[in-house]
Design a protein. Structure first.
Length: 149
């Protein structure tokens, strides 16, 4: 079971959705077989749901922690200007997040995707300090890590 969870964690960015779905199905089948072999008859379904939900949460938390640690390790602290602001398009009841395009003081674009915030914390023209990923794989983040994701 642990191998399947670690496999899903490692493949979360590198593999396609189909591979991840297949891994979740393999994990579910292995859980059912293991719980049946251990003698659980009625509660095996609930135990399986608990283990799958717990492993799903651990993959999500592990992914967030990996991004934070990667940005702390190779990120650079820079002062930037907000040059563009837009909101996500409406999608049912999903919250619309704010996106902010950033530019360095020398006029070059900050590498990576735009900064996302749940509320309008920055205005166009505002100067902010962020940690940027020189490789451009991760979103820039403000030093107070809760503000952007």
């Amino acid at each position: 079971m642990l191998a399947v969870i670690i496999g899903m964690y490692l493949l979360v960015d590198n593999a396609g959705t189909l591979v991840q779905i297949l891994l979740w199905n393999v994990q579910a089948v292995l859980l059912v077989l293991l719980l049946r072999k251990l003698g659980a008859r009625e509660s095996s379904g609930y135990a399986m749901l608990f283990v799958v939900a717990t492993s799903l949460m651990s993959v999500y938390v592990g992914d967030m922690a990996r991004d934070d640690l990667t940005l702390q390790h190779r990120g650079e602290r820079v002062t930037v200007t907000v040059v563009k602001e837009w909101r996500d398009p409406p999608q049912g009841r999903k919250a619309r997040e704010y996106n902010h395009a950033l530019e360095r003081q020398d006029g070059s674009k900050v590498p990576g995707p735009a900064v996302k915030t749940p509320s309008d914390v920055c205005d166009v023209g505002q100067v902010v300090t962020v940690f940027e990923d020189p490789e451009g794989e991760l979103r820039p983040r403000t030093p107070r890590s809760g503000a952007t994701r």
